[in-house]
Design a protein around this ligand. Structure first.
Ligand SMILES: Cc1cc2nc3c(=O)[nH]c(=O)nc-3n(C[C@H](O)[C@H](O)[C@H](O)COP(=O)(O)OP(=O)(O)OC[C@H]3O[C@@H](n4cnc5c(N)ncnc54)[C@H](O)[C@@H]3O)c2cc1C
Length: 438
């Protein structure tokens, strides 16, 4: 099967890995990526236990990608740094088969790219075509159009081109953009060495809430729990990752970056009542990225004809559950199973039928995450009613950390996809028996 993928982010690269392992052809330049992939694509990311086993199965090298393991969660007041919660995480590897990992996004991306394109891997390596912007999809013809006017056909087209993708509108048949949630996240990285170079900070970096320790996930809040700052290490604890949630003063501006000095002043005025040491840390930021947090309601389907939409293109969500990238990887894992053992020269109908199976596997779970991610875990009552319709039969919307872990992490995408495919293949056989064809 010839596959075309639009976008070489987490979802596009993961799909290329999964499909090359399933024996499909993503060569001859079939991943079309708009950027030159030279730009650092920011900050750190959680890779949760629902997908770390998938990456492991695909040969992902945690050491090469400098992945750390999240071991503890600490919540403190921003103004006094008084600890309100200090929780040792359970052994997620034992509970759910995978660690909760933290990565520098660039490291995660580089390792995914290596697995997708390495000539030594299984199947045919994928080839990336950079600076190629997809501007249109044709789901019936199984094609994409690039900004240079060229049209490229595949048996399967995977739209993995992020939150501004045109594919969602194509699938539903009308304009359907993701819109501002009214929030933006300001993110910056500071090297651990840089923090230790400040003699005034050294004592606090050695004890208490601010003690530098690998695997510690920190959140600072105000008493009203509205102003939040998240802090966790990545890249083997050599880099500290910070993020501050703020109301988005310029929600119509899609620009992710901007002037760092202005961002720093904005962040400081937002958390002006925070402890002076935290303000001192924020002042060290030399590059701040503004991420407008965009949202769209769940789609009625993720597929049309030979087109499938995955990742943020399909189900953009706020980062409160740390699951956007993980859901893109679950999409890729499902595709790798749905299209395994495909007959040689499959018919269009066979591909379309398998995409219906993909929809069955993915639509409800990804939609549930879209709704659940609209709020933090301590305020899940806000989304309970809306999220319930997407939960599995007989399962309630989670209300406490242990229930969130069970819902988010206690799910095996590969196993669930195999189960759906078994039903599909058995169903196909019996249908064929009825009409006397094999
Ligand atoms: C602040 C923040 C924190 C987050 N933290 C986490 C976390 O801890 N854990 C987690 O799992 N997720 C997290 N996420 C979500 C995660 O980053 C996204 O869900 C994930 O990157 C989605 O992957 P994707 O491949 O679908 O899209 P993207 O990563 O956006 O990749 C899309 C790719 O397509 C390319 N592209 C765009 N348009 C075109 C076009 N027209 N033609 C060709 N190529 C195109 C882009 O250049 C890019 O390479 C966070 C998100 C935010 C905003």
């Amino acid at each position: 099967m010839k596959v075309i993928i639009a976008g070489a982010g987490i979802g596009g690269l993961a799909t290329a890995i999964g499909l090359r392992r399933a024996g499909h052809d993503i060569t001859e330049g079939q991943i079309f990526e708009r950027s030159s992939l030279l730009r650092e694509n920011g900050a750190a990311i959680n890779v949760c236990p629902n997908v770390s086993p998938v990456l492991r199965e695909w040969g992902f090298d945690n050491d090469r990608a400098r992945m750390g393991i999240a071991r503890r969660y600490v919540l403190a007041l921003g103004n006094t740094l008084e600890t309100k919660q200090d929780v040792e995480y359970p052994d997620f590897l034992q509970l759910y088969g995978g660690h909760w990992l933290v990565a520098h996004r660039v490291d995660l991306h580089s390792e995914l790219k290596r697995l997708a394109t390495d000539p030594d891997g299984p199947g045919k390596p994928a080839e990336l075509v950079l600076r190629s912007e997809v501007i249109n999809y044709d789901s019936e013809a199984g094609s994409i159009t690039l900004a240079d006017g060229s049209i490229h056909h595949g048996d399967l087209v995977v739209a993995a081109d992020g939150v501004h993708s045109a594919a969602a509108s194509h699938v539903v048949g009308h304009d359907n953009p993701a819109v501002s949630s009214g929030l933006a996240l300001f993110r910056f990285l500071i090297s651990t060495d840089e923090l230790f170079r400040d003699p005034e900070l050294v004592p606090i970096l050695k004890e208490g809430f601010t003690k530098i320790e690998d695997g510690v996930m920190r959140t600072l809040i105000t008493e009203d729990s509205i102003k939040r700052m998240v802090w966790f290490p990545c890249a083997n604890n050599t880099i500290q990752n910070f993020a501050i949630y703020q109301g988005d003063t310029n929600p119509d501006c899609p620009e992710e970056n901007g002037d760092t000095l202005t961002h720093v002043e904005n962040m400081i005025s937002h958390v002006q009542d925070y402890h002076p040491h935290i303000v001192q840390i924020i002042r060290k930021a030399t590059s701040v990225k503004r991420w407008p947090l965009l949202y769209r309601d769940p789609l009625p389907t993720l597929t049309k004809g030979q087109l499938v939409i995955i990742g943020d293109a399909a189900h953009p969500m706020l980062p409160h559950q740390g699951q956007g990238g993980a859901q893109a990887i679950e999409d890729a894992a499902a595709l790798s199973v749905v299209f395994a053992d495909l007959p040689v020269n499959p018919s269009k109908d066979e591909i379309r039928r398998r995409l219906v199976v993909f929809d069955k596997i993915r639509l409800r779970r990804a939609s549930a995450f879209q709704i659940i991610s609209n709020t933090t875990q301590d305020k899940s009552w806000k989304i309970r009613e809306r999220a319930q319709q997407y939960m599995p039969e007989g399962v309630g919307v989670p209300t406490c950390p242990a229930e969130f872990w069970e819902h988010n992490f206690g799910y095996d995408i590969l196993e669930d996809s195999r189960r759906h495919m078994k039903t599909y293949l058995e169903g196909t056989v019996s249908r064929c028996n009825e009409c006397d064809e094999i």
